[in-house]
Ligand binder design. Structure first.
Ligand code: FAD
Length: 349
């Protein structure tokens, strides 16, 4: 429709105005912080500066030096303050004690915005915290901004199967909660000289009150898994390759360039490559320096997983393919000829 969108005026009453500050949940497993936390810290810094409020990290876990180190890292990535909840009950992630501790902290210190990574843990925790607090949560956001007029969080995410992007506002509830997937936001540069205030919060958790127990921790072996989110170069193949054997051209070019192999969902559905290589809304988000898309149309669901690349080269035999609307370089041609030609060219360097 070309009718102008009528914006609803948001009136914040005194109770809602008592909520101040932007918080980022620092997700860690056995002392290792998930990098999405620092990406969110960078984004949180921008939001807090726009609002003129503090940026706070929330670190939770077993008592010990790890939590102190996480607070220091949070300051380096932009936090002004860290809330630290140390309890032996929080040694391993379990939904009930983490939800209880985080909701008690929110009720005590009232942030206006609470951000979590859209990881397995973050999604589990964000859902139960939002439900317990009876507030709004926008999951899997691709963009976060502040409405300058209303000071509300504008959370943008794909909708209707990814065919549209919608911007969601939490009207009369606080905190405004959002989750963001790893690699959607850029990683900020740490500033090791930054310091901040650590505030300890007593969550009063008692082990015997928690019905679930962690009996064993078996780490996932990542050695043979594709490291797509971190790859500097990704060569991806789509349905335009025509048949499974042609994926060899994608593997060959990725090898020459020292990159990772990705794929569109259509190529995965065709059985040409394993699902852990899918790039896009329901696959991985990548942020490489170079992304080469061969025989990929550029559907929005694929685009949201790779448009953060610094340079996109698209190879497609249709000059009107949607991918050419946002690629930096367009090669109109048969990808089964162009890929080997690129391989030969780069192999010479
Ligand atoms: P096609 O759309 O079939 O495009 C093939 C392209 O190759 C065309 O542009 C064609 O011109 C070109 N071509 C044909 N022959 C040649 C040739 N010889 N040389 C060069 N070019 C050629 N998709 C994802 O990729 N990732 C996701 O995470 C994802 N999630 C989804 C989630 C939902 C809820 C839904 C509904 C869909 C999702 N999809 C996802 C699917 C997405 O909508 C597209 O269907 C898919 O990305 C298309 O893949 P494709 O571009 O390889 O295939």
């Amino acid at each position: 429709t070309d009718k102008p969108i009528k914006k609803r005026k948001i009136k914040l009453d005194e109770e809602l105005l008592a909520y101040k500050g932007v918080w980022v949940f620092v997700e860690s497993e056995r002392g290792h912080v998930h990098p999405v936390s620092w990406e969110l810290m960078g984004q949180g810094r921008r939001l807090a500066d726009q609002l003129g409020v503090e940026l706070c990290g929330v670190v939770m876990g077993a008592p010990g030096p790890d939590l102190e180190a996480q607070c220091r890292a949070a300051f380096a990535y932009g936090a002004d303050r860290c809330y630290r909840i140390a309890s032996p009950v929080l040694a391993e992630y379990r939904n009930v004690p983490f939800t209880r501790a985080l909701t008690d902290l929110v009720n005590a210190h009232k942030p206006e915005i609470l951000l979590l990574g859209a990881t397995t843990l973050g999604r589990d925790l964000a859902g139960s915290v939002a439900t317990t607090l009876k507030t709004g949560l926008t999951a899997d956001c691709t963009e976060l901004a502040i409405d300058p007029e209303d000071r509300c969080l504008l959370s943008t995410r794909p909708t209707f199967g990814g065919s549209l992007l919608c911007t969601i506002v939490t009207l009369n509830y606080r905190p405004q909660m959002a989750t963001v997937r790893h690699r959607v936001m850029p990683m900020p540069d740490p500033q090791p000289e930054r310091t901040g205030l650590i505030v300890d919060f007593e969550a009063g958790l008692i082990e015997t009150d928690i019905v679930t127990k962690v009996l064993e921790f078996i780490p996932d072996d990542q050695r043979d898994k594709p490291q797509l989110p971190y790859a500097e170069i990704v060569v991806s193949g789509g349905k335009g390759l025509g048949k499974a054997e042609n994926f060899k051209h994608v593997w060959d070019l990725a090898k020459v360039l020292g990159g990772e192999v990705g794929a569109s969902r259509a190529a995965i559905h065709a059985g040409w490559i394993s699902a852990d290589r899918q790039v896009g809304q329901t696959g991985k988000t990548v942020r490489p320096a170079l992304y080469i898309a061969a025989g990929i149309s550029g559907a929005i669901q694929h685009r949201v997983g790779m448009e953060g690349a610094d340079c996109i080269i698209a190879i497609n035999n249709d000059p009107n393919a949607p991918i050419f609307d946002f690629a930096h370089y367009a090669i109109v041609g048969d990808c089964n000829q162009v890929l080997p030609a690129l391989g030969r060219t780069f192999a010479g360097y």
